[in-house]
Design a protein around this ligand. Structure first.
Ligand code: VGL
Ligand code: ZN
Length: 198
């Protein structure tokens, strides 16, 4: 596990990089664009390079909804249609340098249930344990929804969390939602790290 406050926070054995929902629909021009969402890509590419160089796992979650998903407004949910499985909007950002051996975990795939957490209804926890992962470096979209819920469940499942503070962006439906989510994740035990420390 890496320590905060050192000159660098070099990832090592037991660490993995978790990229949350860096998908076209959450980027500028997408159907549920997160303000400034594209700003996560450069810092995440730096992290990918560091983890890949060290031979450490890189995992990407995807929001992966059926066309009539319950979270869509037409179905009475809060969101415009987004991340419909197999569509260009659901694809990971083309300029995110996902390594070919990255593990991709799809979530919220059932029409009648939403899942903001990458751990909900997936094999993520089991896959991480099998790989000997103890600490997750987490970045992506959106701070106040899928990042928050994924970090919550990571900690609940016994993983340490390093939150990549410059590599997350919030929807901010209410102003301050993103900042409150960061404070909540810290209170739960996540530690903040800047990607340029890696
Ligand atoms: C997300 C809203 C709806 C997210 C997913 O990835 O944070 N937000 N679906
Ligand atoms: Zn969604």
């Amino acid at each position: 596990m890496s320590e905060q406050g050192k000159e660098t926070t070099r990832p090592g054995r037991g660490d993995a990089l978790l990229l949350v929902d860096v998908q076209n629909d959450f980027l500028p021009g997408g159907s549920l664009a997160v303000p400034g969402g594209d700003a996560v890509i450069t810092p995440l590419n730096h992290c990918i390079e560091q983890f890949t160089r060290a031979g450490l796992p890189v995992i990407a979650t995807r929001d992966w909804h059926p066309p009539q998903h319950c979270s869509f407004r037409e179905q009475g949910g809060p969101w415009p249609p987004h991340c419909i499985a197999g569509t260009p909007g659901a694809a990971c950002a083309a300029d995110l340098h996902l390594p070919p051996d990255a593990v991709v975990v799809d979530k919220a795939t059932a029409a009648d249930r939403d899942a903001y957490s990458g751990f909900e209804g997936t094999e993520l926890a089991a896959r991480l344990r099998e790989a000997g992962v103890r600490c997750l470096f987490v970045g992506g979209l959106a701070t106040d929804y899928c990042v928050l819920n994924t970090v919550h469940d990571a900690l609940k499942n016994g993983f340490a969390v390093m939150l990549l503070r410059d590599a997350i962006r919030a929807v901010d439906v209410q102003p301050g939602d993103g900042d409150r989510a960061i404070a909540e994740m810290q209170a739960l035990g996540a530690r903040l790290v800047d990607s340029n420390r890696l």
